[in-house]
Ligand binder design. Structure first.
Ligand code: PLP
Length: 372
């Protein structure tokens, strides 16, 4: 008899894939959360050199190479102005594994994890895999995460809450005031704040802030080279937090992963410590496209809170809009793929070239007109 765990039976294959499969091969795909730039040359070169020198033939330390963790600590000093001990960093298989470790190490059976709704699909699934109960917390009308709603949803069973700025699928950015509130809530209620910052370098209006600037004990930060350096295929992320939390996460990581891929560690070290102008170039391109999308959606009569970061926009859309777009050869993702409160919205990824984007916006305007 084949039996499966209750935990795995509670999750399913992401609905986003189905959307891709429904679209034709020559559809313009605005469904992917994947940068369309190449990995920086110096990062690739560092991996190739390390492979040729034989430096990648064996396991690295469980936490990752010291040099990579020092580069990550330098990044936190540079960008957040916080001192992170390289010993309090674990290099992971992408931001995804970092989220997984945070859940496994902190969530007990039946405990609640507050997640943004709409929010990145892994928060719900990884909470369930850890045996916990995801509690969706609706966003504000402008699709930003609402600290008051998080605070109001905390119960004696709350193990953690997840924040994500810039956000997927919304593209919205939390204000410094809200980020300070996340930190205060984590401290005062003694619950863990898991801050997913994989889009931190793509903020167009204002600045990125992290709760670890204001609270250290009850915040873990999840980050990755994936989006910042266009390295999704390398699978390299990291998690940082207080030493006792890192030690518990390491217990999980050593058995599920042993260590992050060694070539990817060398590439990420070079990306983090090399010239950051590559990030500036992507930032400029995404910002131009963001403006194009905002203008195109307004012209199409679709109401969209201005996305200030990442590479997503999430307009309100009329019923039937997503199917109509797919029929006309443009893939966008229905908002309900990201949670109940995503209904009535669609996620548009603009990690795609400007020509395709302009063509897609024209088609979206026709689709909106057809279903209105
Ligand atoms: N967090 C968010 C908000 C994401 O959008 C993604 C990927 O789309 C991840 C984490 C996972 O990133 P990685 O590819 O580094 O595992």
């Amino acid at each position: 008899m084949t039996t499966f765990s209750d935990r795995v039976e509670r999750i399913s294959i992401s609905g986003i894939r189905e959307v891709f499969e429904a679209a034709g091969a020559d559809a313009i795909n605005l469904g992917l959360g994947q940068p369309d730039f190449p990995t920086p040359e110096h990062a690739k070169r560092a991996a190739i050199d390390a492979i040729e020198a034989g430096d990648t033939d064996g396991y690295t330390g469980n936490k990752g190479t010291l040099e990579l963790r020092e580069a990550i600590a330098d990044k936190h000093a540079r960008d957040q102005g916080v001192e992170v001990d390289p010993g309090d960093v674990i290099a992971t298989a992408g931001g995804s594994e970092a989220l997984h470790l945070a859940m496994e190490a902190h969530v007990d059976h039946g405990q609640e994890v507050l997640i943004p709704d709409p929010g990145f699909v892994a928060y719900d699934a990884l909470t369930k895999l850890a045996g916990g109960e995801p509690v969706p917390v609706p966003l504000r009308e402008d699709l930003t995460i609402d600290p008051a709603a998080i605070e109001g949803a905390i119960t004696d069973d709350t193990a953690a809450f997840v924040v994500n700025s810039p956000g997927n699928p919304t593209g919205t950015v939390s204000s410094e005031e809200d980020v300070r509130e996340f930190a205060r809530i984590a401290r005062e209620h003694d619950v863990l704040c898991i801050s997913d910052e994989v889009y931190e370098h793509f903020v167009f209006d204002g600045d990125h802030h992290s709760p670890i600037e204001y609270e250290r004990d009850n915040v873990v930060v999840v980050n990755a080279a994936s989006k910042a350096y266009s390295m999704t295929g390398w699978r390299l992320g990291w998690v940082t937090g207080a030493s006792d939390r890192i030690e518990r996460m390491l217990r999980v990581h050593q058995y599920v992963q042993a260590c992050a891929s060694a070539p990817a560690q060398y590439a990420a070290e070079a990306a983090l410590s090399g010239p950051q102008s590559v990030v500036d170039e992507m930032h400029a391109a995404y910002e131009r496209r963001r403006d194009l999308v905002v203008e195109g959606l307004a012209d199409a009569g679709l109401d969209c809170p201005t996305p200030q970061g990442a590479f997503y926009a999430m307009p309100r859309v009329p019923e039937g809009f997503v199917d109509e777009c797919i029929e006309r050869g443009v893939v966008v993702v229905p908002g309900e793929a990201f949670g109940e409160h995503g209904a009535g919205h669609a996620r548009i990824s603009y990690a795609t070239g400007e020509d395709d984007l302009e063509a897609a916006l024209a088609i979206m305007a026709e689709a909106a007109e057809a279903v209105r």
